[in-house]
Design a protein around this ligand. Structure first.
Ligand code: 5AD
Ligand code: SF4
Length: 385
């Protein structure tokens, strides 16, 4: 019998791309080989994204094409396995929504430890944490990827060592809240303190979204960057996604002095209005965001910053949107991924806020920010605080 084949169709972000490399590793470990095309495989894995409705629609559209193709051909279709963030719907609803799916692979079963099969020979993704505990009101990720969990240090370093042996020079550390890597292992989460009935005062608590107390000494993530930087062969280190919380001063100092860390830093703001940030449960104000950026630029003026912004969040008034426009002029982001708000079933904003901004208004706001930030050719100038 000829060797069985698999094919992975990946939607969504870098975490999904990285997961797909590990799913491929699992298949190869079981003796499968990769098919050149989904039309020719025995098992088709569809790794889905759910960040916005449009992302889900793309996966649905793809599966529709698969169904039509095999119906027309009249040939046996591959076994279809669905994984990724659409698994937030739960098995029952998914099988009902997408009857073509034969099996569902929960994301947390992908794990860190399967050997990744990488196509890129120079740059490697390394997942260092999974899940998210932040619960921004609009976001599906805590539901699709579950609770935050840091990968063991030794495990990460063993992978780095293997990558060095294979000749890799660039790595990107991945996590939904990548800078908090290792903090949960220190057991300094304030929720944990509350649950254990330990004593603490308001001053001990973080003043932002972080569930962790500010670490004393060098934060684990900074230590990790330092350890990885010791390999001469590693020339560039990137990490994503960061948030203004858990972006400790020690991390800023490390970025300033460690030139192996890429000079591009991605730091989502989501909105320039403190009221909208509050409704999003982002746990910081624009003042705190500006403070982080100012410190980064002071640490090295060559640092360039990119961001994510959501327009048309429930209740976003013209004045609130204008705040985002004004801040955009001030921040001089190199790039902004501007997204139109999409209510995600089960999230807090979906439960408590009507999706009340007309699509035409959302589109107009999207256009304004995209033009202002991504289509203008302003040279990099320092942030005005
Ligand atoms: N609607 C629109 N955009 C969203 N994002 C996350 N959830 C939503 C949503 N429900 C955006 C945020 C995030 C990026 C990955 O996607 O800007 O940073
Ligand atoms: Fe990535 Fe989020 Fe999309 Fe999941 S929902 S694939 S974590 S962007």
């Amino acid at each position: 019998m000829s060797q069985k084949t698999y094919y992975i169709h990946t939607f969504g972000c870098q975490s999904n791309k990285s997961d797909s490399e590990r799913i491929a590793g699992d298949y190869e470990a079981r003796g499968y080989t990769e098919a050149a095309d989904w039309r020719e495989c025995d098992e088709l894995i569809v790794n889905t994204c759910a960040i916005r409705q449009r992302a889900e629609d793309k996966a649905k559209g793809f599966l529709h094409n698969v169904r039509v193709y095999f119906n027309e051909q009249g040939t046996q279709r591959p076994k279809i396995i669905l994984t990724g963030c659409m698994t937030h719907h739960g098995q029952e609803k998914l099988y009902e929504m997408l009857p073509i799916v034969d099996e569902i692979l929960p994301i947390n079963e992908v794990g860190f430890n399967s050997a990744a099969v990488r196509k890129d020979q120079k740059h490697a993704w390394i997942p260092i944490s999974t899940g998210c505990n932040s619960f921004c009101t609009y976001c599906i990720v805590p539901y699709s990827r579950g609770r935050e969990k840091s990968r063991d240090f030794d495990d990460i370093m063993a992978e780095v060592e293997r990558l060095v042996a294979q000749g890799y020079e660039e790595i990107t550390l991945l996590g939904m809240n990548v800078n908090s890597w290792g903090l949960e292992k220190l057991g300094i989460g304030f929720r944990k303190l509350m649950m254990e009935n330990k004593e603490f005062t308001r001053e001990d608590l973080p003043d932002n979204q972080s569930q962790y107390l500010p670490p004393t000494g060098t934060p684990p993530f900074v230590k990790l960057l330092q350890e990885i930087s010791k390999y001469d062969q590693i020339k560039t280190i990137r990490f994503m996604t960061s948030n203004p919380w858990d972006f400790h001063d020690e991390l800023i100092a490390e970025i300033g002095r460690n030139k192996k860390i890429d000079r591009y830093v991605h730091l989502p703001i989501q909105s320039g209005s403190d009221e909208v940030l509050y409704r999003m449960n982002r746990g910081y104000t624009t003042k705190r965001y500006i403070e982080v950026i100012s410190k980064l630029r002071a640490a090295d003026p060559n640092i360039v910053i990119g961001t994510d912004i959501i327009v048309g969040f429930p209740g976003e008034t013209d004045a609130e949107f204008e705040k985002t426009v004004e801040l955009s002029k001030e921040m001089n982001w190199k790039i902004a991924f501007v997204a139109i708000y999409s209510p995600r079933p089960g999230t807090a904003s979906w439960r408590i806020y009507p999706d009340d901004i007309p699509h035409a208004v959302k589109k107009e706001r999207w256009e304004i920010l995209d033009t202002l930030i991504n289509k203008s050719n302003l040279s990099v100038r320092p942030v005005v605080v």
